[in-house]
Design a protein around this ligand. Structure first.
Ligand code: NCD
Length: 331
């Protein structure tokens, strides 16, 4: 029998039992956000090359499960995984066994049986990603759960802002529209607060959540309040999340008249963002969406590099720092 040689890798302790997830902006610290922004920036440089694929996540499996419609989020997660050479599988609720009444638990157990490294999930129910994190051994990324959280959207928005202004600290963002039903707004308000930016929420009183002042943001029902902001962040009316039969605004026409973002309501040079999908002529005037001050396409590009950064971060450094003791054991 030949010599048995212990390779260095064999001496590494097993990975910490607590798996890392990105379920909410609350999982992140400012340091995590800065690291993710930096990683996304390096990936954006790698995408300038002719050969855009990196071998970083070769052999890893990323499963995207979307129980709600999506264009930007699902396509960017899929492309992000592919650009990092991971294997990907994308499952949409319609056309899958969910149509046949399969529960989230059974879908999670089925997908978990393939031992995926990451499950990216969008679901209309609040807490569905947390449930999948408990049911499977995968790292879970919340791609939107009901009106609760959409952490990767907030991260890509920070990336877009930093790209445009060169800083985040001290920026003033006015979020306009249906804030009440918006997971994008909930995540973004928290993320802006973490990086030292200021937020004002603007919209009809019925569409502004109660108690947000406690989160440190101002509110206004007057569209004129947007003029003080560096950036106007526009949200659509999210009808699918509204209570059936409830009347939040008298009519869409009246909404547009009072809160629609038009060229006349913007200051020269004021930047405009929108997470998509846009309803031109309702919450945003087509001329605003197409103007050079709109950062909307930049947000889509940021979505790709930021989701590459999140996948990479979860499978390597992780947004939740390893506790000091565990770090010492590894060292
Ligand atoms: C948002 C979402 O799904 O929460 N869209 C997105 O992820 N790009 C916003 C919305 O649906 O209005």
């Amino acid at each position: 029998m030949g010599d048995i040689r212990v390779m260095r890798d064999d001496l590494l302790p097993p990975l910490p039992a607590d798996r890392r997830h990105l379920l909410s902006v609350a999982d992140l610290s400012r340091v995590d956000i800065e690291r993710l922004l930096g990683t996304a920036r390096s990936f954006s440089r790698s995408l300038e090359r002719e050969m855009k694929k990196l071998p970083t996540l070769r052999g890893r499996l990323v499963i995207n499960v979307f129980y709600e419609s999506s264009t930007r989020t699902s396509s960017s997660f899929e492309l992000a995984a592919k650009r990092l050479s991971a294997d990907t599988m994308s499952i949409k609720a319609s056309g899958s066994a969910v149509d046949k009444g399969e529960s989230l638990k059974d879908t999670a157990l089925t997908l978990g049986a393939y031992d995926p490294d990451v499950i990216v999930i969008r679901h209309p129910q609040i807490g569905a990603p947390n449930f999948v994190a408990r049911m499977t051994g995968a790292h879970v990324v919340n791609a939107g759960d009901g009106k609760h959280q959409h952490p990767t959207q907030a991260l890509l928005d920070l990336y877009t802002l930093q790209d445009e202004f060169g800083r985040l600290d001290g920026l003033h963002v006015a979020i306009v529209g249906d804030v009440l039903h918006s997971r994008v707004a909930r995540s973004l308000v928290q993320a802006l607060d973490l990086v030292g930016a200021r937020t004002t929420l603007v919209g009809p009183p019925t569409l502004l959540p109660r108690g947000v002042e406690a989160m440190g943001c101002e509110t206004s029902t007057d569209i004129a309040a947007i003029s003080a902001a560096d950036v106007v962040y526009v949200l659509r009316m999210q009808k699918e999340r509204m209570l059936e039969g409830a009347n939040y605004v008298p009519s869409l026409r009246e909404y547009t008249e009072r809160w629609g973002v038009t060229p006349e309501r913007l200051r020269a040079g004021q930047k405009v963002m929108h997470p998509g999908p846009m309803n031109r002529g309702v919450e945003i005037d087509g001329r605003v969406a197409d103007a050079s001050d709109a950062l909307i396409e930049g947000q889509v590009r940021a979505g790709l590099v930021m989701r590459m950064a999140v996948l990479y971060d979860l499978l390597t450094h992780g947004p939740v720092p390893v506790p000091a003791e565990a770090a010492m054991e590894v060292a």
